[in-house]
Write a protein that binds this ligand. Structure first.
Ligand code: DQA
Length: 141
């Protein structure tokens, strides 16, 4: 089983960015934990601050398929029709994840343009959201 984890803008700063919302853990620690928790799963990780690069990476799954994508699109969740169209255009299931509970935050974070084309949504469990996203893909594959 191959799972691709994609992080969008500003998520390269996990560990130091707004710790009240995102905690102090790093993405490296998340990936290390996932690799040891799921030794039979092959994880690939991609992060970009650039909308088009995220879209390109999603498109790559058409040529080189994986079994599922765990996507934290960051702020593009709330703004990007292009990202939504990319998710709709690919064949692999995508689980939308958020570290913070976006529904308990500013109103502009309550709307996701991508949820409707994702398999499902997980939000508000801190960095554990990534593991729950993986778990959802494994349970539904
Ligand atoms: C986020 C929530 C978004 O609203 C925000 O723009 C992020 C991170 C989260 O993981 O909680 O960058 O996706």
């Amino acid at each position: 089983m191959k799972i691709l984890i994609i992080n969008g803008p500003n998520l390269n700063l996990l560990g130091t960015r707004e710790p009240l919302h995102y905690g102090t853990g790093t993405m490296d620690s998340v990936l290390d934990a996932l690799k040891s928790q799921y030794p039979d799963v092959q994880f690939d990780y991609y992060q970009s601050n650039v909308e088009g690069f995220l879209i390109d990476r999603l498109h790559q799954t058409l040529e080189k398929p994986c079994d599922g994508v765990v996507l934290n699109a960051g702020a593009y969740t709330h703004t990007s029709v292009a990202l939504r169209d990319a998710i709709a255009a690919i064949k692999v299931p995508v689980v939308e994840v958020h570290i913070s509970n976006v529904h308990s935050r500013e109103e502009f974070r309550h709307r996701s343009l991508i949820s409707a084309v994702c398999k499902g949504v997980i939000c508000g469990f801190g960095l554990v959201s990534y593991r729950l996203g993986v778990e959802a893909l494994l349970a539904c594959s």
